[in-house]
Design a binder for this molecule. Structure first.
Ligand code: ADP
Ligand code: ZN
Length: 290
């Protein structure tokens, strides 16, 4: 079976053709410009490929409520050209196949739950720390949507006592995304995040904020696994610092086998950075009526 997968991001659109086993046969990356320019380019990639369904993991916020008049739209995004864009409607009409749709981070969570390190789990979270911060949630073995969809990247935090940065989020200033996203690091320190490798304060603050958020997610959702992806996590010493700070913040209160084995509890993605596109394949598969 041939399935289409689209990982729709604010900087690039990754389009792939694969199958129901998560195998990818072909992929391209198209820069995200305006919908008028980018959507036809996506359509042209998939046309004639014989896909039976398309799955989309999309940057947001998005409308995931099937009974809503704006289902399948990108809604209040700060990427203004894409505000109120009917991405699902356009691709469904253009390709004439069923379309599965979810957030980008739920897509990555689904990829890891289907083929990766969260396979068989009841509850898990996938967090991306990149241009923005997003959180996908698996609960009861299914992706969690609720009222909108989780927006836990905007969790409000207590600033580090030595950090006087006002925060990058236009809505909340010092929320997790406002303090710990790649652009927040660059704005605070005046250099690209990957050029700050030797500055210990940068990573002390970074791990402090991520650990604060993880502590809140552990206490509220009780995940069995926490997966941390995104460009910023390429700084490899960050992971041990985050684990250490989570341990300090929880202070022994949550006493489970996972807490005694943080190396296998708070982990990097396991699918070679294919978790998003593989998750989109699974969204496509789930969109096919049974
Ligand atoms: P996106 O969020 O746009 O999908 P990424 O997850 O790659 O893409 O995130 C991009 C952000 O991650 C940029 O702000 C960049 O500065 C940061 N980043 C990318 N690579 C690294 C690295 N090696 N170390 C630290 N930060 C990085
Ligand atoms: Zn925010």
């Amino acid at each position: 079976m041939k399935l289409g997968a689209l990982e729709a991001g604010g900087t690039k659109m990754v389009c792939a053709v694969g199958n129901e086993n998560g195998q990818i046969f072909e992929r391209v990356s198209i820069p995200t410009e305006t919908p008028e320019k980018t959507l036809p380019a996506i359509r042209d990639f998939f046309l004639g490929k014989g896909i039976e369904a398309l799955g989309i993991g999309c940057f947001g916020p998005v409308d995931l409520h099937k009974d809503s008049p704006t289902y399948g739209y990108i809604t209040t995004t700060p990427k203004l050209a894409w505000k109120n864009c009917n991405i699902v409607g356009y691709l469904k009409d253009a390709l004439q196949v069923p379309v599965g749709f979810d957030t980008d981070v739920n897509g990555s969570m689904l990829g890891e739950a289907t083929w990766g390190c969260a396979r068989g789990l009841d509850t898990a979270i996938y967090i991306t720390i990149g241009t923005g911060v997003g959180v996908g949630v698996l609960a009861g073995g299914r992706l969690l949507h609720g009222m909108l969809h989780p927006e836990a990247g905007h969790l409000l935090l207590t600033p580090h006592p030595e950090d006087h940065y006002k925060g990058k989020c236009p809505y909340h200033g010092t929320c997790l995304e406002g303090m710990a996203s790649g652009p927040a690091i660059e704005d605070r320190w005046g250099k690209k995040a990957y050029e700050l490798t030797d500055h210990t304060k940068v990573w002390e603050f970074e791990s402090y904020y991520i650990a604060q958020a993880l502590t809140a997610y552990i206490l509220t959702l009780s995940p069995e696994k926490i997966i941390l992806g995104g460009g910023v996590m390429h700084q490899e010493y960050l992971m041990p610092m985050i684990r250490e700070q989570v341990k300090n913040l929880l202070n022994g209160y949550v006493d489970t086998p996972q807490m005694r084995d943080l190396e296998n509890y708070i982990v990097l993605p396991s699918l070679n950075d294919n978790q998003g596109i593989m998750g989109a394949l699974k969204l496509a598969l789930e969109a096919i009526p049974v």
